[in-house]
Write a protein that binds this ligand. Structure first.
Ligand SMILES: [Ca+2]
Ligand SMILES: [Ca+2]
Length: 463
């Protein structure tokens, strides 16, 4: 009987037993997984190790990638960060974490463990390129030539000094410390809160109120000083900045109100205290509103998410500002709702002269929206709910670091003394320094922060 038919008969006669074996031992005889490695940064000392991998399925069954772990062994005694630069399977499905070997050897006391959140590797298939890298959290150089898994080949070749586990069982390679039983370590996991970029800000806005001391500790300023923009004489009120729970999730809430007078007008603003945000990706989930909570509608209110620098002098060329501005009732000569994205080269206040460019849509944006700005390579790309909304550049590209801000204010007043309050909410804010992050990947990362109960992190270095 030909071999493949014999196997078919065996499988038919023992379906239950085979199923049980498959569950207990995913790395079964039908599975054969091979790792290929190339080194994209071969220097003995480097700021980043760049182990690139390709997994090849030489077996006869499909392998769920979620069961696969790749371990790259090295020596280190500080915090490290993992990043996926590019991968055929999609960097959003590739995870990286660091663990400590329970039985260290001279060439390895730690390992990078690469995993997958989804995907399947069919028989005969390979994952294609996975262009990975890792670096010290402080970006100091480190010696990699003495690391167990380090190899000098610059094109893909089989490499047994990187181990691959499937379902917890060794499937390829020789782990550092030998091929004893599955080490199943208790990993000292270093959160990979900084994938790809050179610093991450994430805040889910879980605060008790605008006087919560953690706001200042974490680099936020709730505005109280008077001045522009908007209606002269208005106050910027911290008490109108709150953090209520919406369906169990806290949000930043800006309630701006007016009674038709300057003195009776309240504006609201939250901004970063540090001006340290420049190139990279900015994102926030923002709820715009078209109507006041109560009272007459029609005010020219501006609801925002933006970055900005100070203007050092009139027409300062190093000025920068990147805006999402929603005007639910129009304003600035517009008759009705309009969403602006505006990129600024510079301006002067008096006489008014603005050097900027904008892209707008005249429709309602009431409700929650995922807003993303990518600043990289001379281009500024604005996304709304994953859709490219605007692509600016040239002289409008920022030159210097900026603050991140949210505010809500009135351009002018329509009259009438009945109080009215407009509400803007912000669920979270995210920034990755020097990294272009797709809108979908931003959401993956926000979900990952929430999965690890991380309500706040800021690893963006001071500039
Ligand atoms: Ca939130
Ligand atoms: Ca400028």
């Amino acid at each position: 009987m030909p071999r493949h038919l014999w196997k078919t008969v065996l499988a038919l006669s023992l379906p239950i037993a085979l199923a049980a074996v498959a569950l207990a031992s995913p790395a079964s005889a039908a599975q054969s997984l091979r790792l290929q490695y190339k080194n994209s940064s071969t220097g003995a000392t480097t700021a980043q190790a760049e182990p690139w991998f390709k997994l090849v399925n030489d077996g006869t069954t499909s392998i769920p990638l979620s069961q696969v772990k790749i371990r790259y062994y090295f020596t280190g005694d500080t915090a490290y960060r993992f990043a996926c630069s590019w991968a055929v399977v999609g960097c959003s499905t590739v995870t990286g974490q660091f663990a400590t070997l329970s039985s260290p050897v001279p060439a390895a006391n730690r390992y990078l463990e690469v995993g997958f959140t989804s995907g399947t590797l069919a028989p005969g298939a390979n994952t294609g390129d996975m262009q990975l890298r890792f670096h010290r959290a402080d970006w100091q150089n480190f010696t990699q030539s003495d690391d167990y898994s380090f190899g000098a080949q610059t094109s893909y070749a089989d490499w047994s000094k990187v181990a691959v586990y499937v379902g917890g069982q060794l499937a390829w390679g020789t782990p550092a410390g030998g091929t004893g039983p599955d080490p199943s370590p208790t990993p000292t996991v270093t959160p990979t809160g900084n994938p790809g970029g050179q610093g991450t800000l994430f805040d889910d806005f879980a605060y008790t109120g605008s006087s919560d001391p953690r706001l200042a500790q974490r680099g936020w300023t709730v505005r109280s000083n008077s001045g522009g923009p908007g209606v002269p004489g208005a106050t910027w009120s911290p008490s109108a900045v709150t953090f209520p729970s919406v369906s169990g999730n806290q949000v930043l809430q800006l309630d701006s109100s007016t009674d038709g007078t300057g003195a009776g007008t309240v504006h609201t603003e939250l901004s970063t205290s540090a001006r340290k945000f420049f190139e990279g990706t900015y994102a926030a989930r923002v709820k715009f509103s078209d109507a006041p909570l109560s009272g007459p509608d029609g005010e020219h209110v501006v609801q925002t998410f933006f970055t900005i620098t100070p203007l050092q002098q009139n027409m300062d060329p190093d000025y920068g500002e990147l805006d999402f501005e929603y005007l639910p009732n129009g304003g600035w000569g517009e008759p009705a709702n309009i969403l602006y994205t505006t990129s600024w080269e510079t301006y002067q206040a008096d006489p008014w002269q603005a050097v900027n460019t904008h892209t707008e849509e005249r429709t309602s944006f009431a409700g929650w929206h995922d807003l993303v700005i990518q600043v990289s390579g001379g281009r500024i790309k604005y996304y709304v709910d994953g859709r490219l909304f605007a692509d600016h550049g040239d002289i409008y590209y920022p030159e210097t670091p900026m603050w991140i801000m949210f505010n809500q204010w009135f351009i002018d007043l329509q009259g009438g003394s009945t109080p009215r309050t407009y509400r803007q909410q912000v669920d979270w804010v995210y920034h990755s320094k020097n990294e272009v992050v797709s809108p979908a990947e931003v959401l993956n990362r926000v979900n990952a922060f929430r999965a690890s109960s991380t309500a706040f992190t800021d690893t963006v270095p001071s500039s």
